[in-house]
Write a protein of this length. Sequence first.
Length: 282
Amino acid sequence: MSEFIMTLRCGNRSGIVAAVASRLAGQGGDITEAHQFDDPETGMFFMRVAFRAEPDAATLRAALDEEVRRFGLDLTLRVAGARRKVLLLVSRFDHCLGDLLYRTRIGELAMEPVAIIGNHPREALNLTLMGSIPYHYLPVTAASKREQEAAIQRVIEESGAELVVLARYMQILSDEFSAWLSGRCINIHHSFLPGFKGAKPYHQAHRRGVKMIGATAHYVTGDLDEGPIICQDVEPVSHADTPDDLVRKGRDIERRVLARAVAWHLEDRVLLNKDKTVVFAK
């Protein structure tokens, strides 16, 4: 038997779970994990099912066609644990990139890094984990932004990348490029209350005497840092912490939040729900 992950979303109505479960049972499917959520605000229904079955993915997908038509299902079906192609973007700060590559090497993330794109030369990064992964140095200025994003798009298309991760890529994507990447581009950024923008946000936070710092991973949209949120985490700080302490703690939070968001996406645990997400976390 092979293991599969199926997700679906549709307008809510009665009978969806029973119909899908019956169809899987008819194919000899053995459900090992199931989550579902009915959102009364949006009227949408969401479901994620892990199961074992003898037929291949194409056969199973064809067997579900009747339910897809009947309920208007937006359905995905994948072999569980299959490595998915990911493109990583980075600037000078390489802690998130290094963490993702390490987690991939030890088998914690089911991803295949097909390329790394940086707006600084490869030599600006102090990482041995990049190995033979193709590195594309694509500098960008205000005048060259359109051409640079077109070059990134070519790399995505040629590499077959299913997911783009902004691993502390310190550039704002254009509205057009963000729309093209909708639902398949994850960003990580520091998140504070109150918010601090511009240079050295942790130093700004220290001057304001914050008592908690955090990070947010979200899907990229045209609204800067306001896309559907996937994962967040925080850590307390005190008056005794220096700006360097905040930077150090912030790096740790950014690494783990981004890694968690990428893992959940690769495992089909994140479903878009208009401006929000439904996350069926472990």
